[in-house]
Design a protein around this ligand. Sequence first.
Ligand SMILES: [Cu+2]
Length: 322
Amino acid sequence: MDTSLQTESLLHTGTTFFPEGVGPFASSMDSLFYFIFWGSVIIFVPLILVSIYFLIAYRRKRENQLATKQMTHSTFLELAWTVPPTILVLIVFVWGFKGFLHMSVAPLNSQEIHVSGKKWFWEFSYPNGNKGIGELVVPVDTPVTLLMTSEDVIHSFFVPNFRIKRDVLPNRYTKLWFEADKVGNYQVFCTEYCGDGHSAMLAVVRVLSAEDYEDWLAEANSGDDLPLDKLGEKLYTSKACATCHSTDGTSRVGPTWKSLFGSKKAFVGGGTATVDENYIHESIVNPGAKVVAGFDNVMPTYAGSLNDREISALIAYIKTLQ
Ligand SMILES: [Cu+2]
């Protein structure tokens, strides 16, 4: 799986203002934007031109000369600058409110997927018990409701192509729905600054055809046919370990995995240990138990997100990185 930036869905399609619109909200939202944008241009440009003209035409020419005749009241002018703007604002309000209601009320037959924001990745839990990190897989032409919550700070879930965005809060559920009408990969961003790894808090919505989706459901998350170290290598990216751990010796948010197995580690607050299977297991399910010196206690726990086979697979993979 590739969770890197989906520039194809953002840059190479759509217009100057928007990436290609997918799903039920794009067309009305874009029309409303263009209405406001061009409306503002049409009002702003003549206003500035007339202001400049008046500035020059009626400037004070001699000492003590009043530039214009003083005017005290004009009912026509009062109405002209009150009624049309009110009508414009009401149009924008009704249009926007209708769109807001449309986005707020999901169709009854929609499929519910739980989204959990953690520093710094997105985890998706499907109705059949499958879990995925960094990748939300959905069938095309099917309404999907996202039930979202955060495990730590405030995040925000944004899919530019779908024109949907909503904050993801700790201790509260927020909802979003969409219905992708086109197969493809669409970029997800976190749009609430949430710390060091914020800009890397990316995910992809993979929209599959009905048949491909069935295939995906059948094989998803099994990984049964892979040897342990190969499965571990896959999990290293698919479970977002790669956001914080490198395999080439460089330090990211967390220590590198290169030559990790068998090495001696010192911890914050004193104490040392040699890295073995139990140490790695503990680091994954209870990362705060021993915090490696020089690093912060920011690794999320994977207890419940990884099963025993997956943890064994990660250990096997780390062993290969000597
Ligand atoms: Cu975030």
